[in-house]
Structure formats: structure tokens, C-alpha cells
Design a protein around this ligand. Structure first.
Ligand code: AKG
Ligand code: FE2
Length: 364
């Protein structure tokens, strides 16, 4: 295996995305002539988290959305039970028959591809480190302390409660608007089912999180082919801040989730959504559901694109454990304290390994 090099791509000022680290995008790096090994600061393999993953487990839950919304009470209550089990045992499921068209899913992925293929100066207008910037193009991750660089570029757009979007490539904004509206509608229905599965009234999560004005991101990850995929990582293990994240990808594969202490490769069913429970469902359910740890690995053959759409509470809303799920007398105290979602997101920038540590209740 060729050693990781300390090759430095000639960073002309107009390709440096991040002033602080003088980094160019991974795409720029990959397109530079003669790249046969990764620059040493992308080398991740010595990190303790870098353990091998098992083949996909065929018990990864599959939820049929059409049964949740069919109007048949028996099918609905069975699907609610399945959802409850999936959230409790995996924190992750594949959603099929969700009603979002294959055409729309293809078009939105294509739009993302075209965005990353725009000239650099077009994308550079969105470069920046401020997480509140409505449209942001960058590389790596968002934390202040990055020990090594990650093999991914990103586009992050705030799409709710206000919809923002780049005007180029042409037509992308319209497609993305329709896509984000669809994932929001699907999520609204899932949250109703999840509320019921937790033994709460159907609208509980909607009301407790002010979901109508909830924070929604359109987060695209681009993982160009990596000459030494075994040494690099696309996104290291993390949990999502949201209630639920809906993810699609261009059928290349690379998502891994942690289950019972082991890592699993996820090979999505065609046209399915990969759905994971985020920190705010763990908080609201008082730990009954776990915010699942996941990561993205890279490959040396093809560019992978994934679109993660995390749906969260309203920024000014502080979500705590549902009182119905707290029972102080019977050994089930509230294990989290409420924190405004806006403040929670800002803490992420401190780069602590587990976001939920910020809101863990002191042990009495
Ligand atoms: O690319 C993937 O499969 C994972 C992306 C992800 O976890 C994220 O954007 O939070
Ligand atoms: Fe994630």
C-alpha cells in the first residue's frame, strides 16, 4: 500500500474553501493531476473508530409507508408497532411505498451533481463557516476542532421555515423545493405514527416541537473517488441533531450504521428512504429510542452523492422528555433537560463527540 503523502495541491486563492485550514474541496483535490495517494492530513485509519463493518444484516427493518396511511386501522396499528420496534431496536429503517416519485428522487440527485459541477467561483459565493448562513458550500465537517480532514464536500441549505436555495443550476431550486416539501409531508406522517407508538396522542410530537415552523436542512454530501479508501473517511461516526433524517443516495453505497456495538453496511432498497432517529427523538422519548450512530465510508471507483434531510423542532423551541414517559417513582426519571434547538445546534460547533452530553440531566 502506498504511504499517505503530504502532497499539497496548489491552492490558488479562488479554490481555497476554508481560510483557516487553507483547504480546497475534495473534488478539486481529486481532479488535480497525479493524485495516487491521499494527503496525510486526510489519513484517518489509525483512529479507534475505524473498525470494519459487517455485511448488511437482512433484519434491517423495512417500513411500508402506504400501510401507515392506508386508512385501514388494523394495518395502521400494526405498522405503528413495527415503527416503534424499528426506532427502539435500530434507530433506523428503510421506508418503502412512501409516495414520493422516482422521477423526483432522480431529478434532485441529478441537480446536486450539477451543482457540484458548477465552476468553482459560482460555488465559492456560498463558502463559509457560519452554520446560520442559509446556503453553505464547504468541505469536511462543521466542528471547530478537526483532527484530520474528511473525504467529502457538502452543500447545506436551510429550507424551512424559510426556503432558501441557489439559483444555479437552472431548475434545481424548483425540484428541491418540491422534494423538501415531500420529505416534510412524509416526516409529518411518520411522527404521528411514532407519537402513537410511544403511547402519546397522535399530534404530540408535532405540538411539542412546533413542527409547523420546524428547522429543516437540505444537506448534500459529495464523496469523490478516493485513491486510498481504507485510510480515509467520508463522515466519521456521529448522531444527527434532528428528530428524523430522511436520506437518499445515488446507489453507490457507503453508509454504515451501528447496531448492538457492530457496524453494518447499508445497501438501500431502490427508491427507498433511509430514515434514522436523531437526538431529539431520543430526548423526547426519554431515551426509549436511541439516536443511532452512523458514518459514511468512501470508495475508489465512483463518486457517491447522498442527500440527508434532517427535520427538527422549531429553533426557539426547547424539547424535553414527554412527561408521560417520565416516572420518578418507578425509576424512570427524566434523563435529559430541555434546551432550545437553536442553542443545541450551536453547541455542535464545539465538536464534542456526543451531542446529547449537552442536555444529559445530572444524576440525582
Ligand atoms: O452519506 C451518508 O450516507 C451519511 C450522511 C450523514 O450521515 C449526514 O449527512 O449526516
Ligand atoms: Fe448523519
Amino acid at each position: 500500500m502506498a504511504p499517505a503523502t503530504s502532497l499539497v495541491v496548489k491552492n490558488s486563492a479562488d479554490t481555497v474553501i476554508d481560510d483557516k485550514t487553507k483547504r480546497v474541496s475534495v473534488k478539486t483535490l481529486v481532479e488535480s493531476p497525479g493524485l495516487t495517494s491521499i494527503p496525510s492530513n486526510y489519513s484517518y485509519a489509525s483512529h479507534p473508530n475505524a473498525s470494519a463493518a459487517s455485511e448488511p444484516d437482512d433484519t434491517i427493518p423495512i417500513i411500508d409507508f402506504s400501510l401507515l396511511t392506508s386508512g385501514d386501522p388494523h394495518q395502521r396499528s400494526k405498522t405503528i408497532q413495527d415503527l416503534d420496534r424499528a426506532c427502539q431496536e435500530w434507530g433506523f429503517f428503510m421506508l418503502v411505498n412512501h409516495g414520493v416519485s422516482e422521477r423526483l428522487m432522480k431529478e434532485v440527485l441529478e441537480g446536486c451533481n450539477e451543482f457540484f459541477n458548477l465552476p468553482m467561483e459560482e460555488k465559492m459565493q456560498f463558502a463559509g463557516r457560519d452554520i446560520w448562513q442559509p446556503i453553505r458550500f464547504g468541505t469536511g465537517v462543521d466542528v471547530k476542532i478537526e483532527k484530520f480532514f474528511f473525504w467529502r464536500d457538502f452543500l447545506k441549505v436551510i429550507v424551512h421555515p424559510q426556503f432558501h436555495f441557489p439559483t444555479n443550476p437552472k431548475g434545481f431550486s424548483e425540484v428541491a423545493r418540491e422534494y423538501c416539501k415531500s420529505t416534510r409531508e412524509v416526516t409529518t406522517e411518520l411522527l404521528k405514527g411514532i407519537s402513537k407508538g410511544l403511547g402519546l396522542e397522535e399530534s404530540y410530537i408535532d405540538k411539542a416541537t412546533d413542527f409547523d415552523t420546524g428547522f429543516q436542512l437540505f444537506a448534500v454530501n459529495l464523496y469523490p473517488p478516493c485513491p486510498q479508501p481504507e485510510l480515509a473517511i467520508g463522515i466519521p461516526a456521529h448522531t444527527d441533531h434532528s428528530l428524523l433524517t430522511l436520506l437518499i443516495e445515488n446507489e453507490i453505497g457507503g453508509l454504515q450504521i451501528q447496531h448492538n456495538g457492530k457496524w453494518f453496511n447499508v445497501n438501500p432498497l431502490p427508491n427507498s428512504f433511509l430514515v434514522n432517529t436523531g437526538d431529539h427523538l431520543e430526548i423526547l422519548s426519554n431515551g426509549k429510542y436511541k439516536s443511532v450512530s452512523h458514518r459514511a465510508v468512501v470508495n475508489n471507483k465512483a463518486t457517491r452523492i447522498s442527500i440527508a434531510v434532517p427535520h427538527g423542532p422549531a429553533l426557539d423551541t426547547a424539547v424535553g422528555p414527554a412527561p408521560e414517559l417520565v416516572d420518578n417513582e418507578n425509576g424512570r426519571p427524566a434523563i435529559y433537560v430541555p434546551m432550545k434547538f437553536k442553542d443545541y445546534l450551536e453547541r455542535l460547533l464545539e465538536g464534542r463527540p456526543c451531542n446529547l452530553d449537552h442536555v444529559r440531566a445530572p444524576v440525582a
